[in-house]
Design a protein around this ligand. Structure first.
Ligand code: SF4
Length: 256
């Protein structure tokens, strides 16, 4: 039953490919509060989106199954990815993220609207530790833990190719480290501390695959951008460094 709270553990473990994982993820109803919220949001809608048929289900990661760089946020936005069904699509946070990836040569287009817009990511997979939109953008620790098997399995399946990760925000940092540990990397104790520009290298616990360099970055939330806590240049610098560490070819804009 996809309503059982152990559904994520069982279904993620059975998934041998990201396509299988995504197919099972979108059926998940393990967190009653989040299921209610994502569906209620879709019923009420925002006036600007009244003609939209909201996705209102868990939002899977987006990007190639052999990505070298993973970018993890926190959770889908109620009227963004919960509406469009694609990670970071439909809100200002995603607009900035994808525009920056495009600028660096890691995405096929600078503007995104919906899953039919033709966006492709080159070597990058964008995902999150919680896959359903939470009220006030705040999942509970219990919801974060219930959702962890999905991200852990996604990272496990990416392990042959992924070499760096950018984690957006402090909540995402804690959640991502726990998922990375479960996915097979050794996370030191005490755990590395989050900060913008923080960087830590995790070795594979079983010696298989390669090390993973994890980069901290302030979240691309509207608030952070509006207050100047995160500028486009700061985001670009972290993403470019992480992509280069992962061996991706990056187009760096000319200095102004
Ligand atoms: Fe399932 Fe995660 Fe959504 Fe909870 S947040 S219902 S575990 S997909």
């Amino acid at each position: 039953m996809c309503t059982a709270d152990d559904y994520p553990v069982r279904a993620a473990a059975r998934s041998r490919t990201l396509a299988e994982l995504d197919g099972r993820l979108v059926m998940c109803r393990a967190c009653p509060r989040l299921v209610e919220w994502r569906e209620e949001t879709a019923r009420i809608k925002r006036p600007a989106f009244r003609d939209w048929e909201y996705w209102a289900r868990p939002v899977p990661g987006f990007g190639p199954s052999d990505a070298a760089l993973a970018v993890t946020g926190l959770a889908p936005a109620a009227h963004g990815a919960n509406r469009t069904g694609r990670m970071f699509t439909g809100d200002q946070a995603g607009d900035l993220l994808y525009a920056t990836l495009y600028e660096l040569g890691l995405a096929s287009r600078s503007t995104v609207t919906d899953p039919a817009d033709g966006l492709e990511l080159y070597g990058v997979r964008v995902t999150s530790p919680v896959h359903c939109a939470p009220p006030a953008n705040r999942p509970t620790p219990g919801e974060r833990d219930t959702c962890r098997p999905w991200l852990a399995r996604e990272l496990r399946l990416l392990r042959p190719t992924v070499r760096s990760a950018v984690v957006l925000g402090g909540f995402g940092w804690q959640a991502a480290l726990a998922a990375l540990e479960r996915a097979g990397w050794r996370v030191p104790r005490p755990r590395p501390v989050f900060g913008h520009g923080a960087r830590t290298v995790l070795e594979p616990a079983d010696g298989a695959g390669g090390p993973l360099t994890v980069f901290g970055c302030y979240h691309v939330s509207r608030r952070n951008v509006f207050t100047g806590r995160l500028t486009p240049a700061m985001l670009r610098e972290v993403l470019a460094g992480a992509a280069e560490t992962a061996g991706l070819r990056v187009v760096r804009p000319e200095p102004e």
